[in-house]
Design a protein around this ligand. Structure first.
Ligand SMILES: Nc1ncnc2c1ncn2[C@@H]1O[C@H](COP(=O)(O)OP(=O)(O)OP(=O)(O)O)[C@@H](O)[C@H]1O
Length: 445
């Protein structure tokens, strides 16, 4: 029988909150001056402390009539607690159903966790232990930060724990191609059967690829609903948040938002150092500490670039029979070193800035500056709108690139979008003229 505090808590909370967060909470000890709870998950511990402190306090007061402080401690669960449920179906083991092979290296064991992504890592593991619990699970973040790795790590773990579950990992591009092929070949029923009926867990990589692909979005919406209604776990990753998935129907976006949405953050220098070491070990090489530190210091965010540098280092050292030391590493790193993200991003959109300057008769400094002159403000708003619409930049990226606040970026996008929606010919002509100028300049360069 659970303790009275726990029973009172259960009454005070909604079913969903209880099921999501409180089912593993137990009383460890009640001393004269403190109540000590324990949970088996670090993330849940932090979450309960930060979000539910007040209600836990009230439950303690009601249960024992005293206003005692409490503490939640993390206690690693015994292995048995997470043993997968015994499979009650036919004894023939179904082979995990995979449309694309998983990369055997993309496991939780190979994922280096820094403080930036600890919460994400905990939740991802929890999802693999209890598929269907946080549904859907939506991971978003910048290029090369480990989204695919994380997605596949969850898939690997689910297959390990629940070999009977049919796990489908696909890129959204693959989903679309399969759908088109099925329509052409008259086998759309089979396609739907495959995705909607056979999958127990569906993992979709790079969902942003479906921006502008309305037919596929519609199909995905039905697939999503059917799986979700049946309690099947859906895990999605994207380079932007659900509400930045421009052109996705609102109903699909709100479905994505109803589960757990988490960001995969750019690793700090310390974490990059550990990742560098781990990436080298994946190639059976031990990197000297100073080399790993140099890599971490000079190659920022995108971990694919970091991996590229390490592979090059290993290959070149083999070819030239050089030892991997700091001097040798410095030569190689040069070609992978990056400018600051802002400088890089600005270079990438240089053609656009020039086109806005030309069409609107303003200068780059004015676009990036704070002038409130009507024409400059319009030019700035158009620049921001096109970055979003044509270059697929997220609000966050635009804010970083222009040095403007998020709210300013959002306001600019809304302002121009509304004009476009109201069929404002003046604005629409300006947008086409800017886009045409970019295309012409680009072709000429
Ligand atoms: N935390 C980490 N620990 C160890 N390796 C990592 C980590 N994060 C990423 N990597 C490695 O970095 C490389 C790039 O990661 P991945 O392809 O998963 O990024 P991504 O976010 O999916 O990229 P994209 O935005 O292009 O889809 C992979 O080799 C991956 O194993």
């Amino acid at each position: 029988m659970s303790h009275r505090i726990i029973r009172i808590l259960e009454k005070k909370l909604s079913r969903k909150t209880w099921d999501n967060w409180f089912t593993t909470l137990e009383i460890k000890e009640i001393t004269g001056d403190k109540v000590i709870f324990k949970v088996g998950n670090l993330f849940v511990k932090d979450w309960l402390q930060s979000r539910y402190g007040k209600v836990i306090h009230r439950a303690i007061q009601e249960a024992i009539g005293k206003d005692l402080p409490f503490e939640i401690i993390y206690e690693s669960p015994s292995k048995d607690a997470f043993e997968p449920e015994e499979y009650k179906g036919p004894l023939v083991k179904k082979k995990p159903l995979l449309l694309s092979e998983l990369n055997p290296e993309y496991t939780f064991e190979n994922f280096v966790v820094g403080p930036e992504n600890r919460a994400l890592f905990e939740v991802a593991q929890e999802i693999a232990r209890s598929p269907g619990k946080f549904n859907p699970f939506f991971i978003y973040g910048g290029v090369g930060l480990g989204k695919t790795h994380m997605l596949q790590a969850i898939a690997h773990r689910i297959i390990e724990l629940y070999p009977e579950k049919r796990v489908l990992y696909i890129t959204s591009e693959r989903f679309m191609n399969d759908m088109i092929e099925a329509i052409r070949g008259g086998s759309i029923r089979d396609f739907r059967e495959q995705y909607r009926k056979k999958a127990d867990v569906l993992l979709i990589d790079d969902i942003q690829f479906l921006i502008g692909k309305e037919g596929t979005q519609r199909e995905l919406f039905h697939t999503f609903n059917e799986l979700h209604d049946a309690g099947k776990q859906i895990i999605i990753c994207s380079d932007r948040t659900p509400d930045e998935l421009n052109g996705f129907p609102d109903r699909l976006i709100s479905r994505f938002q109803m589960g757990m949405v988490m960001e995969i953050a750019s690793p700090s220098k310390e974490t990059r150092y550990k990742i560098a070491k781990r990436l080298a070990i994946r190639e059976s090489v031990e990197l000297p500490d100073d080399v790993a530190m140099e890599l971490a210091r000079r190659i920022d965010g995108n971990l694919r670039r970091l991996r590229g540098a390490i592979i090059k280092l290993i290959v070149q050292s083999g070819i030239y029979k050089e030892e991997i030391d700091l001097a040798f590493a410095r030569q190689i790193i040069g070609s992978f070193q990056t400018d600051s993200p802002r400088v890089r991003a600005l270079t990438e959109v240089d053609h656009l800035i020039k086109a806005v300057e030309k069409v609107m008769g303003v200068t780059r400094e004015e676009i990036m500056g704070v002038s409130r002159t009507k024409n400059v403000v319009k030019a700035r708003q158009l620049f921001i709108y096109i970055l979003k619409q044509e270059y697929g930049k997220t609000v966050q990226e635009i804010a970083q690139l222009t040095g403007k606040k998020h709210s300013t970026v959002i306001h600019s996008i809304k302002k121009i979008s509304n004009s476009v929606l109201r069929d404002n010919k003046y604005i629409k002509d300006l947008i086409s003229e800017i886009n045409n100028t970019v295309a012409t300049d680009f072709a000429a360069s």
